[in-house]
Design a protein around this ligand. Sequence first.
Ligand code: GLY
Length: 352
Amino acid sequence: MTTVTVQASHTYDVKIARGLLASVGQEAARAFRGRTAAVVSDTNVAPLYLQAVTDSLNQAGFRVCPFVFPAGEEHKNGGTYLDLLEFLAREHLTRADGLVALGGGVVGDLTGFAAATFLRGVPFLQLPTTLLAAVDASVGGKTAIDLRGGKNLAGAFYQPQAVLCDLDTLDTLPAETFADGCAEVIKYGMIGDPALLDKLERLDFRADPEEVAARCIAQKRDLVEQDEFDTGARQLLNLGHTIGHGVEACSGYAISHGKAVAIGMTLVTRAAVSLGLCPAPVLPRLEALLHQYGLPTATEYPARALYEKTLSDKKRAGDTITLVVPTGWGKSRLRQIPVGELLTWIERGLGQ
Ligand code: GLY
């Protein structure tokens, strides 16, 4: 087992190993003073793992109340959030009790936001069951729901008591969902870990993801510890996400987050190369790596449509936007640009 300790608003461990779901009861006994655990999951994940999690919690003496909602980003909304809060109230959860998020990023974000706001804050555990949630969404305390106006527009910074990344859960992921997580893994390499990129090129980490996952989580830990509330260095984690957000939104969210991030990383790298900010060989090498892990690198959407959708993203601050710009193989920098310049970046990213 690998353990990464995060020192943020409070200190907590991210544990990475196979078979960890069986120890959730012990973890909850350390994290919650009370003896009720509300397990939040979705209709994809609950049939696979809810029973094992319930058994472990029961063995540790917990009363378990399960809340299962329909799978999909479209359910990470105010309706599901209020249903969950009403459920917690009906179950008489107290501040001594806790929530357990069992699922991917949607489950983790929704559960975290409910934990942050129910009774003004109850403890929660993250049990990520996708690679994307394991290496990114479950760590660092970003919680949110989507509004009609855009993704993650209502949320809070609220750290979990612990994160258990059970690598066995990755074995049941559809290839497409695993590929979404690979985009985030490659993102970590491009932000600041050239050796990780070299490793990803040389061998397929999918059969044995512990070391790679731990390395990504440790990098995220470093950025969260420097900048828990996302005003500086943590924004490096948005590499590929700004233009990627435009791609996702143009597709009506039919293109998944990981694939949109892969396209976003490619476009911003091509633009950086064309502006002389990044050496040219980085682009074909990045594209080859993304293809190796089943990810796309191009989009048919026109620059103007991408620009307009990108602007609805919350990463904008007044008249400027912070872009994460690759400046080498495994090296990226934050760059403030006037909002109007983003269109030029996107056009260059599309090779126009
Ligand atoms: N997912 C990006 C962050 O946690 O900051």
